[in-house]
Design a protein around this ligand. Structure first.
Ligand code: TRP
Length: 327
């Protein structure tokens, strides 16, 4: 059976939270049975904003350990660090000659990040989507699971596909996004906004938060925002969504009918959710601890992943260069 190739990347920018997990990463785990999955810790993308070089190797390793802990299986999938496969940057350069500047200037993520990091609007930040197109197309990928916010980058990737094929002859297939619908987790302290590290530690639950931290954060989650008597508030809805997504269906039904009867105490909902999250994260945290105690093995897994990825990359790169008249 010829499985299709799937690629996705995650930036090593610090702790992974349950918003990342439920919104995207849990799906990465499930997709492993259907596709040839290639997952990358995209360290070259993350250097386009501020980072600490002295801690960067540790951050990259932590991200990889989180992925392994949630169930990315190196026996089934390729897991590697982007900068260990030099063809990513090489292909990025080749694609640079195909992408109009005007297309990059339209990218909302570039505009947002440029506004957020005014003191550091570097050429890498501008070129970020071209490196992403290179990540994807280097493996002749068919499917790309991403969040809604990445759709524009995938459209740009398909622009590269068209331009390349027109100019050099058909080689790449159009890629298809896989969007995880309905798992948009909101901030605990500011439930009108998406859960995000940039809003501070109390607005998210990290995969590695200890039980007492999880309890504290959930018990102090904002519930009643918006006018009294209105439909369910964003905060309460978010807690219910989390309960369901973490699999506590029976508790969800029971508490939801209490809500409908107006007998629900938010403290009850919160403590039910906190205990659910603690139980669900426990196996991930235990696996993570084991990996933490065996970092050498993690480094080996990543090195082996890079070898596997580079094998495919080398073959495709030679074909691409031939098409472009570079070989
Ligand atoms: N830009 C993506 C993000 O911020 C990360 C990423 C880099 C990526 N390269 C990729 C995602 C290739 C999918 C495919 O989430």
């Amino acid at each position: 059976m010829n499985k299709k190739t799937l690629f996705s990347g995650i930036q090593p920018t610090g702790e992974i939270h349950i918003g990342n997990y439920l919104g995207a990463l849990k799906n990465w785990v499930n997709l492993q049975s259907q596709y040839n999955c290639i997952y990358s810790v995209v360290d070259l993308h993350a250097i386009t904003i501020y980072y600490d070089p002295a801690k960067y190797q540790e951050t990259i390793l932590n991200t990889a350990m989180d992925l392994l802990a949630i169930g990315i299986n190196p026996k089934k999938s390729i897991l590697f660090v982007q900068s260990q496969v030099p063809q990513h940057t090489e292909l990025c350069w080749l694609f640079n000659s195909l992408v109009p500047i005007a297309e990059l200037e339209r990218m909302t993520q570039f505009k947002d990040k440029a506004a957020e990091h005014k003191e550091n609007i570097n050429a890498g930040l501008f070129d970020y989507p071209v490196l992403q197109a290179a990540d994807i197309l280097l493996y002749k990928t068919a499917m790309v699971p991403v969040g809604q916010d990445q759709l524009q980058h995938l459209e740009l990737t398909n622009t590269v596909v068209k331009k390349f094929n027109n100019k050099f002859g058909k080689y790449f297939e159009e890629i298809k996004p896989i969007i995880n619908e309905g798992a948009r987790i909101m901030s605990l302290t500011n439930p009108e906004k998406k859960m995000s590290k940039s809003l501070g530690p109390n607005n998210y639950i990290a995969l590695n938060d200890a039980p007492e931290i999880i309890r504290k954060k959930i018990m102090s989650a904002v519930t009643d925002t918006g006018p009294a008597g209105a439909a369910m508030s964003a905060g309460v809805k978010n807690l219910f969504d989390l309960l369901k997504l973490f699999g506590a269906t029976a508790a969800y039904e029971k508490l939801m009918s209490a809500y409908d009867n107006k007998t629900l105490k938010y403290a009850e909902l919160k403590s039910e959710l906190a205990e659910t999250v603690i139980v669900q994260l426990k196996p991930i945290q235990e696996k993570r601890k084991k990996l933490e105690n065996n970092k050498k093995q993690v480094i080996k897994i990543l090195a082996n992943g890079a070898v596997q990825a580079e094998k495919i990359a080398q073959k495709n790169m030679a074909e691409i260069k031939q098409k472009m008249g570079l070989l």
